[in-house]
Structures are given as structure tokens and as C-alpha cells.
Design a protein around this ligand. Structure first.
Ligand code: HEM
Length: 406
């Protein structure tokens, strides 16, 4: 056993053989996952293996990741995180549902995330970013993750769902426990599920009695094909929205800010550009490709193969979208950040029927957050006196980015 800095207890041994014993909760995953994938490719490994969570596979090619994502009959979404085989599963529609039921569950949320709805949120999001920047007035140093990126997605999704932003620390704690502790600790997962259910159950009761203009009200009054939605599923929707809405975009904004702090030549190409200049969008899409935060998973429900490697019923596979985005068979200069990449059909938002429902929202938040920060601090750089820290696991991204603001 080795000391685990997250739990303060003895934890699993650090990984030394990523091809045969990978672990997405190993700290090296947070710090250097793309290098690990590049090393594996260089060794000729296309599917890595582990027994740390039962038998689980990690494909590295875009072709394999895409094939799995498009084959729900063999690869089910009822478990979307590689975790201990007997870990408690809970429905969080639509992400944990396979076709054909999936489409109707997804439809319930579509209107709220349409381009028109999201466009209306751009101005208030920009104002919110400016208020965070104004709070740094007079400072020479800051933490771009702690003082800025972590707040923006919580602010936006809390308002959409209808939960108080004053609970932001609670939501970030849920995110940490769910993504970084629960995959290897069933007790953490069970306790978290109960806690989140109780929180959202109370919220739904409140909205049933007193409707408002928010997603909690939409969900408590919704039906799916004429049938009322059971309370358990209603809570599942809200759990998914808070978990998917916070950590993902926080990670992307943080990665972008880390990149431009450490690559001033890229940052300088954005300084002073009007906000509608297409170079902003190209840069944002490259942040999404190069630093893709989200790795999903599927449970094998029929014996089959992944890149020629046999996988059996009950085993698990990672949907390594971030590794697919670095596959040299699909992307030219795949391991280079190309700020003006013209063709960029990346898989950061997934592939297949579960493709991210919040992608319009995430893109808007990321673009606005980068624009406002670079406008305010055109000469910011990394402050190398303090450490940069990265979250490992399902949602990878920087949690601390110390910077000199000028
Ligand atoms: C940069 C930010 C984001 C990234 C990289 C991202 C990535 C992803 C990925 C890879 C999937 C596919 C899941 C799978 O195949 O199992 C997904 C699904 C989903 N995302 Fe996002 N996401 C982001 C932001 C958001 C936001 C802000 C929301 C809003 C709440 C959101 C809501 C969802 C939902 C509801 C699904 C499930 C869709 C379905 O199952 O049909 N995401 N996301």
C-alpha cells in the first residue's frame, strides 16, 4: 500500500506499468495522461489493461473509442465510470440509459440547452466573469483556477437548475467525491448517492409546491411519453446536471488558462482580437481537443472484442475520448497544440447517441471565460513559485493554476 494524499490513508500502489495495470485515479493520470497515452502508443499498445477495478480495458485509438460509443448493444451505459465491480449503480438519465429508452429521456432536456437558450446566457455570463476579475483588482498574483475557472460553471448551472449558488462548495465537494474517491470506494459512493438524493428530493418537493422558471420545475412536472417521471429518476436527472455541468467546464477553462499562461506565444495571438474573430473559436476548439477533460466508460454486456482484444460480459472499458483526440491516425500533429487548427472534428463532447447535451453551454462559457481573462490580463504568466495541481480520473483538469497577473 502507498500513502494516498486525497484520503490521508494508505492507498493503492502507484502505477509503474500503464499497459497492464493502468489506474485513472493514479496522480500521474492527472499530471500527465497525454504523455502516458503517447508512451503506450510508442510501445505499440492500442488497448491497455488493469485488474484494479475488476477486469477493465483502456482503448487508445479513435477508431476503437468510436466503435464502442456507437455500439450500445454490446457496450452499455448503465455504468459510465470504471469503478469497483460491485459498486452501487444509480440511474442518472439520460446518460445511464441505453437506446431505445434513451432518446425520450434526452428529449426532456433538449429545449433548455438549445442554441437560442444558451445565447441568452452569454451576456450575464460575461458580466459574471468581469465581476470575478474585478475582485482581483490591485492584486499582482492570483490562482486562475481557484479565483476564476471553478466559479463560472457553478454560477451558470446553479441558476439553470434552481439551486442556490451559496451551496457551490457543497457541489464541488460532491464532484470531488464522485469522480476522485467513489470509483474505488463503494462506501463513499453509497453515502454520496443518499446525500444527493435527499438534497434534490427536497428541492423537487419545494418546486412541486411553488413552481419557478428553472430546470427543477421542468423536471418535477415532466412526463416521458405521457407517463409521469418517478421521483428517483427526477433526482437522477438533477444529479447528472450538477455533476456534468460543474467539473467539466471548470476543467476546460482551467486548462485553457494554464495553456496560455505557459505558452505566451499562443496567448499573444489572441490579445486584442475582437470577440467575434473566428480565431477565438479555433483556439477554443483546440483547447477542447488538446485538453479534453472527460473520459467515460461502458460495461460490456455481450462478449466481443476491442481492437482485436477479446472483452467479456461484465468487464469494463474506458471511453478514452481525450486519447482519441490525440490519435495521430486522425489528427495531424496530434500531440501539438495548433491554435489555428482549421479542421478539428474532436471527440471532447463524446460520440454517438450520448454526445454531450450541454456542449452549446460549455462552449459559450469557455469562450467567454477565455476572452474576458485575456482581455483583462494580456501579459499574465505562470507563477512558478507555487505548484500547479491537476485532478485525475473521469474529469481531468487543473485545480490550481498560480499566475502572475501582469
Ligand atoms: C467542456 C465541457 C464538457 C465536456 C468536455 C463534456 C463532455 C461530455 C461527454 C464526453 C459526454 C458523453 C457521455 C457518454 O458518452 O457517456 C457528455 C454527455 C453529457 N453532458 Fe457534457 N460535457 C461538458 C459540459 C457539459 C455541461 C456544461 C453540461 C450541462 C449540464 C453537460 C451535460 C451533459 C449531459 C446531460 C450529457 C448526457 C447526454 C446523454 O446521455 O444523452 N455537459 N458530456
Amino acid at each position: 500500500m502507498a500513502y494516498d494524499t486525497h484520503t490521508g490513508t494508505d492507498g493503492p500502489e502507484p502505477v509503474t506499468d500503464w499497459a497492464n495495470d493502468w489506474d485513472w485515479l493514479d496522480d500521474q493520470w492527472g499530471e500527465r495522461a497525454p504523455e502516458i497515452w503517447a508512451d503506450l502508443r510508442a510501445q505499440g499498445c492500442t488497448v491497455a489493461f488493469t485488474e484494479r477495478y475488476g477486469r477493465a480495458f483502456m482503448p487508445l485509438t479513435h477508431e476503437a473509442v468510436s466503435a464502442i460509443a456507437h455500439d450500445p448493444e454490446r457496450f452499455s451505459s448503465f455504468r459510465v465510470s470504471v469503478s469497483l465491480p460491485d459498486s452501487p449503480v444509480r440511474k442518472a438519465p439520460p446518460i445511464t440509459t441505453d437506446p431505445p429508452e434513451h432518446a425520450a429521456q434526452r428529449r426532456l432536456l433538449l429545449a433548455a440547452f438549445s442554441p437560442r437558450q444558451i445565447e441568452a446566457k452569454e451576456k450575464p455570463t460575461r458580466e459574471y466573469c468581469r465581476s470575478l476579475i474585478a475582485a482581483l483588482d490591485g492584486q499582482d498574483i492570483a490562482d486562475a483556477a481557484v479565483d476564476y475557472s471553478q466559479h463560472i460553471p457553478v454560477h451558470v448551472i446553479a441558476e439553470m437548475i434552481g439551486v442556490p449558488e451559496s451551496d457551490a462548495d457543497l457541489f464541488r465537494d460532491w464532484v470531488f467525491r464522485n469522480f476522485q474517491l467513489a470509483p474505488r470506494d463503494n462506501d463513499v459512493k453509497r453515502a454520496l448517492q443518499v446525500e444527493m438524493f435527499e438534497y434534490f428530493n427536497a428541492l423537487l418537493d419545494a418546486r412541486a409546491a411553488d413552481p419557478r422558471d428553472d430546470l427543477a420545475t421542468v423536471i418535477v412536472n415532466a412526463d416521458i411519453e405521457g407517463e409521469p417521471v418517478p421521483r428517483d429518476l427526477q433526482c437522477g436527472y438533477l444529479m447528472l446536471l450538477i455533476l456534468a455541468g460543474v467539473d467539466t467546464t471548470w476543467s476546460s477553462i482551467g486548462s485553457g488558462l494554464w495553456h496560455f499562461a505557459t505558452h505566451p506565444e499562443d496567448r499573444d495571438r489572441l490579445v486584442g482580437l475582437p470577440h467575434d474573430d473566428p480565431r477565438w473559436v479555433m483556439a477554443m476548439e483546440e483547447v477542447l481537443r488538446f485538453y479534453s477533460p472527460v473520459t467515460m466508460a461502458r460495461q460490456v454486456v455481450a462478449d466481443t472484442e476491442v481492437s482485436g482484444c477479446p472483452v467479456r460480459h461484465g468487464e469494463q472499458v474506458l471511453l478514452t475520448f481525450p486519447a482519441a483526440n490525440r490519435d495521430p491516425a486522425v489528427f495531424e500533429r496530434a500531440d501539438e497544440f495548433v491554435i489555428d487548427r482549421r479542421v478539428n472534428r474532436h471527440a471532447a463532447f463524446g460520440l454517438g447517441v450520448h454526445r454531450c447535451l450541454g456542449s452549446n453551454l460549455a462552449r459559450m462559457e469557455l469562450l467567454v471565460a477565455l476572452q474576458e481573462w485575456i482581455d483583462a490580463f494580456p501579459g499574465y504568466t505562470l507563477d512558478s513559485r507555487a505548484p500547479v495541481t491537476w485532478a485525475n480520473g473521469q474529469v481531468r483538469g487543473p485545480r490550481s493554476v498560480p499566475v502572475k497577473l501582469r
